[in-house]
Design a protein around this ligand. Structure first.
Ligand code: ZN
Ligand code: ZN
Length: 138
């Protein structure tokens, strides 16, 4: 049963989903351009129930990204072979009690920002896949 809710900036796209209150930050160039900053992804434990005009962009051969066509909010990233998408952490209504558990594509992080949360840093795309498939904790 979905237990967390969220929405895009304008409210046209809403979702409810089962998800842990943990997330990873991705420093890759694609995520930086797509979000205008840093993508912080929550690996879902159910298929999100989405309402509204969500649009999907096939960003690479192996993944697609969902966004709100009205306000442009980055909503989800979905590796083609993943069971469920990762949803943007900043979209969730309840912002209490979350933990950043990993930073991925750390080698791509520009040197003008850093989080300092104590989250483990990983390099390469394999990290995302390891999280999605359960070999690394969410
Ligand atoms: Zn919107
Ligand atoms: Zn990325």
């Amino acid at each position: 049963m979905p237990d967390l809710t969220g929405r895009c900036a304008c409210g046209a796209v809403t979702f409810s989903v089962e998800a842990p209150k943990t997330y990873g930050a991705c420093h890759c160039e694609m995520c930086r351009r797509w979000t205008g900053g840093v993508w912080m992804g929550v690996v879902c434990e159910s298929e999100p129930e989405v309402t509204g005009p969500l649009k999907v962009w096939k960003s690479t051969r192996i993944a697609s990204r969902g966004f709100c066509p009205d306000c442009g909010s980055s909503v989800w990233h979905r590796p083609r072979r993943a069971k469920f998408p990762t949803l943007g952490q900043g979209l969730f209504d309840d912002q209490a009690g979350w933990t950043m558990t990993r930073e991925i594509m750390a080698e791509d992080r520009p040197d003008h920002y850093a989080f300092g949360t104590g989250a483990k840093s990983f390099t390469g795309w394999g990290t995302l896949w390891a999280v999605v498939t359960g070999r690394l904790p969410k």
